[in-house]
Write a protein that binds this ligand. Structure first.
Ligand SMILES: [Zn+2]
Ligand SMILES: [Zn+2]
Length: 204
């Protein structure tokens, strides 16, 4: 049985562009049939205490909330799973993507290219050389033709694909998700599953 994760979303707590009240996030995720979520604010990673407090206050004890962050490089955004909280501040926004990915690798983190074919926010040819665990090929921020192009790009690069909501509005949480082959109990499991390629996009 697949383990369904929406691994890309933002809340008003740390992302000014989001309209999602974090206190409503878990209720919506449960309603959407997700097994877990990952909060990926721009350049900020929720601490374990914060995610635990969110779960405790949600009325859904035991629901799995993980934290990662979205890095904005000079050429494309990269989702980083598994960087220690205290190291996130070392990732200065706007570096070349290869520099940010290299630092992430030092922590054994899994890097995923966010909306790689999004108009005005896409990567260039360097994406072929980046140490990416996967490409995001579907989200509410990718138009249908951009999703098709992202799938082609992933096929050409022989990279696994994920689908994520990239929700900035509550109803979009769970609109897209990724199905993992293994049970995920925390960010270390997710990181390992991503690096191991044991997943496929769901809800396309
Ligand atoms: Zn945003
Ligand atoms: Zn995002």
């Amino acid at each position: 049985m697949a383990f369904l994760v929406d691994m890309h979303m933002h809340t008003t707590r740390y992302s000014r562009c989001s309209r999602i009240d974090a206190s409503k996030l878990i209720g919506r995720a449960v309603q959407a049939g997700l097994d877990a979520i990952v909060i990926t604010e721009h350049h900020h990673q929720w601490s374990k205490e914060e995610t635990e407090a969110l779960v405790a206050e949600s009325g859904h004890p035991g629901f799995l909330v993980m934290a990662a962050f979205e890095y904005t490089s000079s050429m494309g955004d990269i989702l980083m799973y598994g960087v220690p909280d205290e190291a996130v501040k070392d990732f200065t926004p706007g570096w070349a993507p290869e520099k940010a990915a290299k630092l992430a690798q030092r922590y054994g983190a899994a890097c995923v290219a966010a909306h790689p074919t999004r108009s005005g926010m896409s990567f260039d040819e360097r994406i072929a050389t980046l140490p990416l665990a996967a490409l995001e090929v579907a989200s509410v921020n990718l138009q249908p033709h951009e999703q098709r192009m992202a799938r082609k790009l992933a096929e050409n690069l022989k990279k696994p694909m994920v689908a994520c909501s990239d929700a900035h509005d509550l109803p979009n949480v769970g609109a897209f998700a990724t199905a993992f082959d293994d049970l995920i109990l925390g960010i270390r499991d997710l990181q390992a599953a991503l690096l191991g390629g044991r997943f496929q996009p769901a809800r396309l």
